[in-house]
Write a protein of this length. Sequence first.
Length: 415
Amino acid sequence: EADGPLTVIETRAEARLRRLTCARLLQVMVRAEHDPEADGPPRITTKELRALCKEHGGYHTPGINDKLYLHYKGYSKIENLDEYTGVRALWLEGNGFSRLEGLEKLGELRCLYAHQNCILRIEGLAQCAKLTTLQLSNNFIRRVDGLHLLPNLQTLQISHNSLATAGDLLGLLHAPQLSVLDLSHNRIDDPGAVSVLEALPQLAVLQLHGNPVVNKIEQYRRTLVSRCRALTYLDDRPVFPEDRLATEAWAWGEAELGKGRGLECEREERARQREERDQSQRRNIEYMRQVTDDAKARAAARHTAAGLPTSAHAAVVDAAAAAAEPGGAATAGEHSSQQLYSRALAAVEAKRRELQERQQQRKAAASDSDASVPLAVVTASPAAAFPAAQPESAPRPQEEEIQAGAGDDDLDALD
């Protein structure tokens, strides 16, 4: 194509010839590797099938195998699969098949992977009514048909084929249950294809990139999202609920207010969504503040009942809470964060001074008690040898040491 322009027919013919040539070469290479004395391309024989089942961990009895791997073997015809009635997943990719055939006995088939072949039509699936996934990418299919025989089909991958017009896609209407559709890298250039996609009520995932029609549809992503109501993923990114609401607002503005007014409606919708998110965040913050206030009130009640003083941490929390009040610094904007920090620092410094004074008082009391106690004379009297038991309220020496050191620990923790 770099040397000069080519017609579509020439390009398709060359691509098909190239694909067929590669398939034939693959057939010869695989056949020579497995059976050097055999002539002609490899075939799907009963012996070959049993060998493949053994190779992939299957069973010797054909009817109890639920998976069958026939990919990248160079086969040119699907045959001898009648005994494999229990197969649910069949891999046929990377061969030289030009037709879908030989699947009449596979009534339990759920997934069929036949991509990277030379298939021209969707056929031979009349007995596969339970099929849910059909992979036909990288073939030569020019028209979607035969889907009316697949009432349970949910996923259809048909990228890198030869679909071109909206008429080529009309067969999709026979599968309204489709939820995943891959039409990427075809030759679709007809904007009428959007009407066909719009008629699929359960279409959730759509791949349409790589087609000329993408550049022909004005506001491509907005148009697809607004017209395909169930769409949750388009091309390379998901469709979030907020995006859908904004897109629907754009579509309403284009239809009701006139062309070019849709963007204004979309901006209003996004502004409404932002305001709704902000209100939700404010409600959450208010709820958390209420929970915090209730917890502080319960803690204060417990401290009051126990006769405990308010801690420095509570003072800092009170300062921060006062600034966050609706009429406080955080809302009215009267004080800055530096002022809030200064208030918290002042509370910490006050607590530091209080702890230092208590520490000095304890040291002074300890020095006075050491100076006033005379040296005791040990006597043999029972009263001196066995002093009377002290009341429980009087602190023991070990407890006095712990209480004396508690102030130091508090001061270190405050630092």
